[in-house]
Design a protein around this ligand. Structure first.
Ligand code: OAD
Length: 233
């Protein structure tokens, strides 16, 4: 059997928009309703951890109600023909719930909590009990924090993501404004000969590279991308 091409997919909030999860920077997006500094930075956690917990409790409850959309399922189908690696900026678990096998979360995961103690042990959230407060502690007695990469923090999975990007035969970008670094910098690891496809209803500025822009939402865009790949293969 011929070796399957490595299709690397970089997803952002637009991937989950059709599942009812708000994006960050579109009009009505999350960062219009909350100040990043108040809820998504280490300083916010130091000064008002209760507000931070409330923000992520809300996100978790919303996620538990949400379901993967046709775009997520279309990525699972592509695994029949490609070696698909998803690098996601999303903290939801909709790729996994749709059935994608290789998903790397570079900005953390909503359905996990982490000890603030030296072990930094990570714990799965029980969907039956998705709300946390300062009294919730790890077995060693340290408070638990959301397992999210906040602004100003290191991106521990970045090296792994860069290594995956460097091996791509095809890059597909879905639903990200490419405004947040270092995530947007992953593009620099992709070989210059690799074709890049973008699914996004809006213009997205991607410097230095030719991009085939499918100007549609994730579900419709994935249908078109699937058709294009079938005619090429
Ligand atoms: P943004 O909110 O910046 O961008 C969302 C993108 O999705 C935009 O380009 C929209 O045009 C596009 N979009 C909207 N609806 C869509 C649909 N139905 N189908 C496809 N695309 C659609 O979100 P991100 O780029 O993901 O980080 O933001 C990156 C990071 O910034 C996030 O991971 C988060 C945020 O602050 C952290 O919280 C650490």
């Amino acid at each position: 059997m011929a070796l399957r091409k490595k299709l690397v997919v970089l997803t952002g909030a637009g991937m989950s928009a059709e599942s009812g999860i708000a994006t960050f920077r579109d009009s009505g997006g999350l960062w219009e309703q909350h100040r990043v500094e108040d809820v998504a930075t280490p300083e916010a956690w130091m000064t008002n951890p209760t507000l931070v917990h409330q923000f992520y409790n809300q996100r978790r409850k919303q996620l538990i109600e949400a379901k993967p959309n046709m775009g997520h399922y279309a990525l699972v189908e592509l695994e029949q023909d490609f070696d698909v690696h998803i690098i996601t900026q999303n903290v939801d678990d909709l790729h996994e719930r749709a059935g994608s096998l290789k998903v790397l979360h570079i900005h953390g995961e909503l359905m996990k909590m982490r000890s603030t103690g030296p072990s930094e042990e990570v714990f799965k959230v029980n969907p039956e009990k998705p709300e946390y407060c300062l009294e919730d502690k790890c077995p060693e007695g340290y408070p638990l924090r959301p397992h999210i990469v906040w602004f100003g923090e290191m991106v521990p999975e970045y090296e792994n993501a860069a290594a995956i990007a460097a091996k791509a035969d095809i890059l597909l970008i879905i639903g990200t404004s490419m405004q947040v670094y270092p995530a947007a910098g992953l593009l620099h690891y992709v070989k210059p000969t690799v074709p890049i496809y973008l699914i996004d209803p809006q213009d997205v500025s991607i410097a230095f590279r030719d991009v085939h822009h499918i100007k549609k939402g994730a579900s419709e865009g994935m249908k078109e991308f699937g058709r294009m790949m079938r005619t090429k293969n």
